[in-house]
Design a protein around this ligand. Sequence first.
Ligand SMILES: *Cc1c(COP(=O)(O)O)cnc(C)c1O
Length: 383
Amino acid sequence: MGKSIGEKIVKAIKVAVKTDEAALHKPCFDGNEWIYVKECLDSTYVSSVGGFVDRFETDLAAYTGAKYAVAVVNGTAALQIALLLAGVKPNDEVLIPALTFVATANAVSYCSAIPHFVDCEERTLGLDPRAIRVYLNSISEVRNKQCINRKTGRVIRTLVPMHTFGHPADIEGLMSVAKDFHLTLVEDAAESLGSFVNGQHTGTFGLVGIISFNGNKTITTGGGGVILTNDAFIAKKAKHLTTTAKIPHSWNYVHDEIGYNYRMPNINAALGCAQLEQLPNILKAKRELLKRYISAFKNISGLHIFTSSKGCESNYWLQTLLLDKAFAIQRDEFLRETNAAGYMTRPVWNLLNNLEPYKNSPSMNLDVAKSLGSRIINIPSGI
Ligand SMILES: *Cc1c(COP(=O)(O)O)cnc(C)c1O
């Protein structure tokens, strides 16, 4: 009797990862991590001031090509501040994918704004600029250079593309939608450090972008994030807001607005500096793993390994198995079999519009996100 598809998937993963069990992702500290963290401890500057934070910011700006980088406590906090800086005000609507991690929506909520869910395209797993354009044409109108939702009367202020698992969204198409509808563009590049579109780093296309350094991301600072921008005023404001809005002074405590204690601690940045040095090796290993996956899966019909589209260079943070529509009903069986065999696999997030806090949020038709939501399996992606 021939092997079941589940068995074939387990075999293909085993061949690609070359081990008998594998996690979805695990950080590796093969570089100067111990040295820099010790140096940080020895300096006693472990908290919100210190050389490693400044250096991490400089290194991140150099790597991404962003003019400015402001390091913060995590990606969610980075996104909250990015949204505020992009002009998001209480009761505004913010267009975000339904197919994303919950942090994207939560950051909008922290600004007392309302997530408005829009659909993805299968080609990129990111927001679909064509579908969003058609949708906005039908539900909104531009008045005084503001996009007004005719159903709710609220301002649709901002568009937030997210680069799913590191695979770049159609950022150029989305920029053009943002421009035509007078929306500010904030990139949730939490997952896409090391991903580029036509040679430009993700997270640097919008007015503001953010990256996460959580433990499960491509590189980690334990917890951490960064705000990227090319705008000097926004960069200054980002630094000010994330450091309790304190006016620099030798002894006086003057805070000129309600700020946030979101500065990345120096000890996290020490880890980050060492991790960033390892990034080229990590990206190389992820690309080699991708090649092994493509070859291991090429003779299994009904599914394929997702690769990023033309002109895009994904970091392949999480390798993605995409089932054909006919196999969606077997997804859970595949998840059971692979996990039982010792290979950690996961479905994609529940669509956010299905979660209790967001079930009444405005939304366009989400057919593609729904379909993708039933067909994506993330497979072991550690190196
Ligand atoms: C990880 C992640 C975040 C949040 O980052 P944290 O550092 O965990 O707060 C935001 N958006 C997306 C899409 C993410 O994957």
